[in-house]
Design a protein around this ligand. Structure first.
Ligand code: SF4
Ligand code: SF4
Length: 122
């Protein structure tokens, strides 16, 4: 059972890619390798009603990869993950699975990333 996680409120993600770039730099990842990727879905119309654009799907969705270790070495130094630190929209959070799951239940358009193979003791 994972203890710690990232919660990403992608409703407010601007697609700035700061999380991608800062993660790549922090971990010295080679060309083509990433700890997190920001995907874009849309814009496409959900239905044909004229509701002044609200019927469009357009999301930026950050997704951690298999290389994400929750910034374990930063956590050991009592520092938050570098993607959380550099998120310009302040829409990423690090915390325990329990507290973030409670946040997840409060609103839609969020993703909870809880890797099972990361063992962090805080
Ligand atoms: S927690 Fe660290 S390793 Fe994981 S995506 Fe964020 S910056 Fe990259
Ligand atoms: S840094 Fe934050 S706002 Fe920018 S792409 Fe990543 S999650 Fe979205």
């Amino acid at each position: 059972m994972p203890k710690y996680a990232l919660l990403i409120d992608y409703e407010y993600c601007t697609g700035c890619h700061s999380c991608e770039v800062s993660c790549k730099k922090e971990h010295g990842l080679a060309v083509g390798k990433w700890g997190i990727r920001v995907f874009e879905d849309g814009p496409w119309q959900k239905d044909d009603s004229d509701d002044q654009g609200r019927s469009f799907n357009y999301n930026h969705i950050p997704v951690p990869t298999d290389l994400c270790d929750l910034c374990a070495s930063r956590l050991e130094r009592r520092r938050e993950p570098v993607c959380v630190h550099n998120c310009l929209a302040n829409c990423m959070r690090f915390g325990t699975v329990e507290e973030l799951a409670a946040e997840l239940a409060r609103k839609p358009k969020q993703v909870l990333w809880a890797p099972t193979d990361v063992d962090v003791e805080l």
